[in-house]
Design a protein around this ligand. Structure first.
Ligand SMILES: [Zn+2]
Length: 130
């Protein structure tokens, strides 16, 4: 079963270097789930490729595009063991409580802008502060 996890992280300002504690909400997938998600993505892309066979002229680009794109997208999804949901904490610059949508990216570090003040923030693991 996939597992919801909360990982302690830091919001670090790129300009001032100040950081504030935050937490990242994410989902960890088991290897079986990763495989199932990858295969589902592949099936979806290939189904679209089959439908595209019916479109005159454009099928010369669409069919190989979806066949190859499906493999690339499926591989990427298969390899993704963690999917980020959101990061919550306070901005080290404007001090507002902020929520950052991680758009499924569960990798640390990643770089985002503060939704309140627009400051560039680095989301880093709480363990490797410098
Ligand atoms: Zn801010």
């Amino acid at each position: 079963m996939s597992e919801n996890i909360i990982q302690p992280i830091l919001f670090k300002s790129q300009k001032s270097g100040e950081s504030a504690p935050a937490e990242m909400h994410a989902i960890d997938f088991t290897p079986q789930e990763q495989k199932a998600r990858g295969l589902k993505t592949l099936a979806l892309f290939w189904a679209i490729a089959i439908v595209c066979v019916l479109i005159p002229i454009a099928h010369f680009f669409l069919v190989p595009g979806f066949l190859i794109g499906g493999i690339v997208a499926a591989k990427r999804r298969w390899e993704r063991a963690r999917e980020g949901i959101e990061a919550n904490g306070s901005c080290p610059v404007c001090k507002h409580t902020i929520h950052i949508d991680l758009e499924k990216n569960g990798e640390i570090p990643q770089w985002r802008d503060c939704p309140e003040c627009g400051e560039a923030l680095e989301l880093q693991a709480a363990a490797d502060k410098d």
